[in-house]
Design a protein around this ligand. Structure first.
Ligand code: FES
Length: 385
């Protein structure tokens, strides 16, 4: 229900801390069509977006629970005409706010408006270091030029320049050019994040997963740049996120299910992570329940909390307090059972699925154009099955 209120099971709450991060996926609308988007494949059939008052009520309830960080995401959050108003409301509530954007639809005027409304941080994503590949991946001929202009405008407005590049087999060999571009733009932070294989990226995984050789080369290039930038006194920081498909132990995804992260999707469905919608678990909606009930008492948020739900090999594993059995979404996508150990773990009986994916990555792959791009038409086709 979209109003603050207490739940009936207050006594159970001390066992679980409050949500600290709120991710507001304001919309699934987006002018781009990246084939690695983490939005659900069936986004085209999702319900009506929450309106301005409903979002502000969500922010108010989450803040009352203890959330301190608020990310505005999507889709492309800039397509929401009320974004400035939402930023202002979040600032009033005392959040640290972050806008995660493709830069499409951003203008110098909007940056100033958001700055005045109290926005703390802007992250602009790029697809590649050269115009042709960037625009091909984005599905827009204007994307690269617009992103360059907006990255500069963000910095000119007094924000640190935070750039995000999703890397995959089609651009990871150009990681040196990507870093050169970031240095030329005078970026402060650069996130070089290899695809995480959920949503559209999972659909396109065979065409996106880099080979181990590509990955190792990229790591060595990034390390060489770090050394050089430090020697030159350049403050640009490079953050490299490698794909867990080449690890032997899983990541402690979301720092544990329902532990600190709370995502609210455009139609008000609340999730413990941005990809959980694809799981065969019923998740609550903020139109029907208070956030306090959703966070502390709902079935969906409690489904994989703690350790009691774990089968072997996680149950008796002495690493479970560090990795929580890995990622529930990845376990479901790869095994059909979200309670299984994440197959990234070499102790998982399904680890061969990861080994198969690594072997597939060594095969010649079709061109970028053969990927399935994230757009309404493709989503509707997928919905029809
Ligand atoms: Fe959903 Fe890991 S992405 S639990």
């Amino acid at each position: 229900m979209l109003s603050t209120g207490s739940s009936s099971t207050e006594a159970a709450r001390p066992l679980q801390g409050p949500p600290l991060w709120l991710l507001a996926e304001l919309t699934y609308r987006c002018p781009l069509q990246c084939p690695y988007c983490s939005n659900p494949l069936d986004f085209a059939r999702q319900g009506q977006e929450l309106d301005t008052a409903q979002w502000i009520d969500v922010f108010t309830q989450a803040r009352a629970l203890g959330a301190a960080q608020l990310g505005f995401s999507g889709g492309e959050p800039l397509v929401r005409e009320d974004l400035g108003e939402l930023i202002g409301a979040a600032r009033e509530l005392g959040y640290y706010t972050n806008l995660i954007t493709s830069g499409m639809g951003l203008t110098e005027k909007k940056i100033l408006q958001f700055h005045e409304a109290g926005l703390d941080h802007i992250q602009v994503s790029f697809q590649a270091s050269d115009e042709e590949v960037n625009n091909l991946l984005a599905g827009s001929r204007k994307a690269f030029e617009q992103k360059l202009a907006m990255a500069r405008a963000v910095k000119a407005a007094g924000y640190p320049m935070v750039l995000n590049f999703v890397t995959h087999r089609h651009n990871i060999d150009h990681i040196d050019r990507i870093i050169d571009l970031c240095v030329a733009l005078e970026a402060d932070f650069v996130e070089l994040a290899t695809c995480q294989y959920y949503g559209w990226a999972e659909l396109n995984r065979a065409g996106l997963l880099p080979t181990r050789t590509q990955l190792e080369r990229a790591e060595s290039v990034v390390n060489a740049y770090r050394t050089r930038l430090q020697a030159e006194g350049n403050p640009c920081r490079l953050i490299l996120v490698t794909p867990d498909y080449y690890e032997e132990r899983p990541k402690g995804c979301m720092n544990g299910w329902g532990n600190i992260f709370l995502t609210v999707t455009p139609d008000g469905t609340a999730l413990p992570c941005h990809s959980a919608r694809q799981l065969p678990v019923t998740f609550p909606n903020v139109r029907e329940h208070s956030l306090a009930h959703i966070w502390y008492d709902s079935f969906g948020f409690n489904r994989f909390r703690g350790f009691d739900w774990m089968p072997e090999p996680c149950r008796s594993c002495d690493e479970k307090t560090r990795d929580f059995g890995g990622c529930r979404c990845q376990a479901y996508l790869l095994t059909g059972d979200a309670s299984q150990a994440d197959p990234v773990c070499s102790k998982s009986p399904h680890h061969h699925k990861i080994l198969t994916a690594r072997a597939e990555a060594e095969l010649p792959q079709p061109p970028i154009e053969a990927l399935t791009f994230r757009n309404e038409r493709a989503s509707r086709i997928i919905c029809k099955g």
